[in-house]
Design a protein around this ligand. Sequence first.
Ligand code: GRF
Length: 215
Amino acid sequence: MPKSIVVLISGSGSNLQAIMDSIDSGRINGRISAVISNKDGVFGLERARNAGIATEVLDHKQFDSRKQFDAAMAELIDSYAADLVVLAGFMRILTPEFVRHFQGRMLNIHPSLLPKYKGLHTHQRALEAGDSQHGCTVHFVTEELDGGPLLVQGAVSIDPDDTEESLQQKVHKVEHQIYPLAVEWLCADRAKWTSEGVILDDSNLGERGFQYQQN
Ligand code: GRF
């Protein structure tokens, strides 16, 4: 049976779009049951509505605490019987209770080659460090911010004339390849996080996850 996917966003939703496209093309054995945003009026909600996907807005500012917001969010996600929760530019720090509830079935994408550059301003930090490579990572979500086990990484080279903006564009392009791939694997029960580490088919991917090569 196709898996139920719930996508959480706070913004433009280009990763959401990439996943929607991959479902349409038949690559992902799943359906997006709902797109939930903590901000109204963002473009990602429009993308979902245009595709006939249910949308929900849960505004964190309407809650007295992070804990209450996360509890309401978990309840909402559960109402869609989510097999997989996909964080796609969801700009909220999550409580341990929320993370534990969805552990093993919640993914995030982060614009760096983790464990490098957790947190914000990753492109700028990679440039300032004089790195020759940068990229993005899909990982399972744990209580540690951007710290969960890595599933797949895609690298880009940093060229001498790269700016923060050009680098961000390059990385975004790879994000749109690796996130659908990760969702495809989970929906097909090919990838999972076990006590031994992250497994894809019968291989243990090791600490850095699958190293994706752009075609
Ligand atoms: C991406 O850069 C992702 O890595 C980060 O948030 C951004 C979301 O972009 N977590 P979009 O909304 O999918 O376009």
